[in-house]
Design a protein around this ligand. Structure first.
Ligand code: NAD
Ligand code: ZN
Length: 377
């Protein structure tokens, strides 16, 4: 490619500081260094975690940054030492890496790679070894990915090579939300055939969790949300019962206990609210109930009565659905292409990168499941 080895000037949406709209800017993207890949981003989803960082994140040192971590694109050029990728390959950037060499990557119990940005820079939710500059200032790479940009540079341990025929404007969703919710049900909760499940929060992550429960063979899936508009979509993914906690004058855990003879076998919190985390745990049946934290928050502590765990329940959580990212994302892409998992049904809006603030507002008001931003052809 004519651009290989050169600085690329391109459009990106820059978050200069928290709580203000993103600004469309021309940024400079440096060539990839040792082990790195420069990617032309084709499409990206907008996930609640982008909003979390912009509006709720507690560390202001995480700015200026380019948000976006649910993208897909094409390799533009590769740095020295990269042998597994070549220009033109279709790829999905990964906010959770898989180096394959650290003790966590070698252990089948976890997908947490020790070389990921989050091991060192969790507070700022970014990889500060950025290849971006704008107006003479370095710009952070949110979650090590920064897909709200026409080009980005990512370490090869955080890039998945996917099928040549994969539709990038849809499989980009596998870079975060869908894999997260789906895997939380399959891998982390370990939903079993015939079981009763409850999913709290019916955004893309929660709907994907519903899809995971269904594919695992759950017999009954309660979909819980304070926004009843989400119920229709939840049905599409396999939910069988629908509950709005605001419609009852007692805790939703009591409602669920009555409806299920003691509580659900598996519950998944897909909101990012510590009160909901507690209520999801309380909704589980004693003896064997498993509750999984999927929603993201680092602002408040959570709490529960110890008897909840003494009585035999398990409280756990996972990042990226417990999937080892580099190995699993290409398989998930094939699962979509062969019809094993749904993606199209999550997409409610399509926009251009210039409309990113509108997309963020849609997420904020709960009027969309996923908005896809078309970044480049
Ligand atoms: P979203 O905003 O689209 O969906 C959240 C849903 O929760 C909405 O439908 C909303 O109406 C519902 N809700 C809000 N308050 C509620 C309450 N009190 N009870 C029941 N439902 C309630 O968000 P999303 O993109 O689906 O993401 C969901 C969460 O998952 C976020 O916290 C996000 O940061 C997190 N996340 C975690 C990981 C991970 O690896 N663990 C990865 C991606 C996203
Ligand atoms: Zn690793």
């Amino acid at each position: 490619m004519a651009t290989a080895g050169k600085v690329i000037k391109c459009r990106a949406a820059v978050a200069w500081e928290p709580n203000v709209p993103l600004m469309m800017e021309e940024i400079e993207v440096a060539p990839p260094q040792e082990g790195e890949i420069r990617i032309k981003v084709v499409a990206t989803g907008v996930c609640h975690t982008d909003l979390y960082h912009l509006f709720e994140g507690k560390d202001k040192r995480g700015f200026p940054t380019v948000l976006g971590h649910e993208g897909a694109g094409v390799v533009e050029s590769v740095g020295p030492g990269v042998t597994d990728f070549k220009p033109g390959d279709k790829v999905i950037p990964l906010f959770l890496s898989q180096c394959g060499e650290c003790k966590f990557c070698k252990c089948p119990k976890t997908n947490l790679c020790d070389r990921n940005w989050s091991s060192k820079y969790h507070d700022i939710m970014s990889d500060p070894t950025t290849r971006f500059t704008c107006r003479g200032r370095p710009i952070l790479q949110f979650m090590g990915t920064s897909t709200f940009s026409e080009y980005t540079v990512i370490n090869q341990i955080a890039v998945a090579k996917i099928h040549d025929d994969a539709p990038l404007e849809r499989v980009c969703l596998l870079g975060c939300g869908i894999s997260t919710g789906y895997g939380a049900a399959l891998n982390t909760a370990g939903v079993t055939p015939g079981s009763v499940c409850a999913v709290f929060g019916l955004g893309a992550v929660g709907l994907a969790a519903v899809m995971g429960c269904k594919n695992a063979g759950a017999s009954r899936i309660f979909a819980v949300d304070i926004n009843e508009q989400k119920f229709e979509k939840a049905k599409v993914f396999g939910a069988t019962d629908f509950l709005n906690p605001k419609a009852y004058n007692k805790p939703i855990s009591e409602v669920l206990a009555e409806m299920t003879n003691g509580g659900v076998d598996f519950s998944l919190e897909c909101v990012g609210n510590t009160e909901v985390m507690r209520s999801a745990l309380e909704s589980c049946v004693k003896g064997w109930g498993v509750s999984v934290l999927v929603g993201w928050t680092d602002v408040k502590d959570f709490s529960a009565k110890p008897i909840q765990l003494i009585s035999g329940k398990t409280w756990k959580g996972s990042l990226f659905g417990g999937f080892k990212s580099k190995d699993s994302v290409p398989n998930l892409v094939c699962d979509y292409m062969t019809g094993r998992i749904k993606l199209d049904e999550f997409i409610t809006h399509k926009m251009s990168l210039e409309q990113v603030n509108d997309a963020i507002n849609l997420m904020k008001t709960g009027d969309c499941i996923r908005c896809i931003l078309n970044i480049s052809k």
